[in-house]
Design a protein around this ligand. Structure first.
Ligand code: NAD
Ligand code: MN
Length: 357
């Protein structure tokens, strides 16, 4: 279908500044490809809302959002006024859990015009996806602190890997690898040290690989895997990891490709039973909020991921091609933001990209 209803939630800090540029790019792409979006704007899932109402979201947030086709999100957090665990658990983490967004998908791609902090890497050398399990694993709430205040005090927190939970994230990763030319899947493990859940993860990988004989599968322990992200980034195509390992890898990956300001992500419910959520990887950046200098590309690229998820591959590609073209032109020809070595503002940069679309 060409008609979609989108929830727009800018959140806090630079989320509010980059969101209009994400929407500008979205609008340009939708005009060009005749896609009809209805945008529903919400001020909740922000610390401003919390300071007014004493909670991050209204009681009916689930019913309000569940009907929509996707959620376009900025960033949340005002750590000076609201503790981060309150703002995050009261918003994003609720979305991920209640909307069963069990895939966290992050493309890692070195783009012409964006210098890599790794020496001698050129565009094409780094182009892979990190697929993170987003609902279980190490991030369970099972456990507690016992004998508190005594010298027998201890803390314990369980890792939970369900067969359904592991298999569905692996299936997503194998299917993604299958669509890419290299057909190469890397699994993050630590089965030498974590002796129950990680060998279980490995066994499920091995089992599923039988269904995909054409995919080359390898696995690395997480410690050496992080080293290889830096030393051999060209080795990777699709990298799948548990909640904790995927979390670590999906910050390290984008860091290898330059500024965090351009990295996008999808929190995806692949079956489409619930809406998926698209957001930049970065947070609300209180240190630069209000200055109008935040890089809008993370938000714009997230818009492209959202369009692809909704079935509009051409429109999605048009957005990616547009910002790649603008970036390749360099700081003398485009109003790049200061994080990329330019002097441009969020709005100037966003406008040039929308025109390129
Ligand atoms: P951050 O991503 O907000 O900022 C880290 C650094 O990167 C800062 O120096 C910032 O100026 C810079 N940066 C980030 N995005 C940029 C952009 N678009 N352009 C230019 N520079 C950019 O991470 P943080 O400082 O650890 O967290 C700040 C707040 O954001 C906290 O409240 C945290 O909980 C929250 N947070 C939210 C999300 C989210 O909404 N998904 C993610 C991470 C952090
Ligand atoms: Mn993280």
């Amino acid at each position: 279908t060409n008609k979609h209803e989108i929830a727009v939630i800018p959140g806090d800090g630079i989320g509010v500044e980059v969101m209009p540029e994400g929407l500008r790019a979205l609008d340009a792409a939708c005009r060009k490809f005749n896609i009809d979006l209805t945008l529903n704007h919400y001020d909740f899932a922000s610390c401003d809302y919390y300071l007014k109402h004493g909670q991050m979201m209204p009681d009916n947030w689930f019913d309000t959002l569940v009907k929509q086709d996707a959620i376009f999100f900025g960033a949340v957090g005002m750590p000076k006024l609201v503790p981060d665990h309150i703002s995050l658990w009261g918003s994003l983490i609720q979305f991920r859990k209640r909307f069963d967004q069990y895939v966290n998908l992050r493309p890692v791609k070195l783009i012409p015009g964006v210098p890599s902090p790794l020496a001698n890497r050129k565009p094409g050398d780094i182009d892979f996806y990190v697929v993170r399990e987003n609902t279980e694993g190490e991030y369970s709430n099972a456990g507690g602190i016992m004998f508190e205040g005594t010298d027998r005090e201890f803390a314990i927190q369980e890792t939970i890997m369900t067969r359904v939970g592991v298999d569905r994230i692996l299936k997503f990763a194998f299917e993604l690898a299958n669509k890419r030319p290299k057909k190469h899947l890397t699994s993050a493990t630590k089965s030498n040290g974590i002796s129950i859940t990680m060998p279980y993860w490995d066994k499920r990988v091995e089992n599923m690989s039988k269904d995909y004989p054409e995919i080359l599968v390898d696995k690395f322990h997480i410690d050496i895997l992080t080293a290889f992200f830096v030393l051999r980034p060209h080795h990777f195509d699709v990298v799948v990891g548990s909640n904790l390992f995927g979390d670590i890898l999906s910050d390290l990956g984008p860091a290898c490709t330059g500024t965090i300001g351009i990295a996008p992500s999808g929190n995806i419910n692949p079956e489409g039973i619930y809406p998926s959520l698209f957001e930049p990887v970065h947070g609300s950046a209180p240190d630069i909020a209000g200055k109008g200098i935040a890089n809008p590309i993370g938000q714009i690229w997230s818009a492209a991921m959202m369009l692809e998820h909704l079935g509009h591959v051409e429109a999605s590609t048009a957005i990616v091609n547009a910002f790649e073209k603008v970036l390749a032109a360099g700081p003398d020809h485009a109003p790049l933001t200061p994080d990329m070595g330019g002097k441009g503002t969020t709005t100037d940069f966003g406008k040039v990209i929308a025109e390129a679309i």
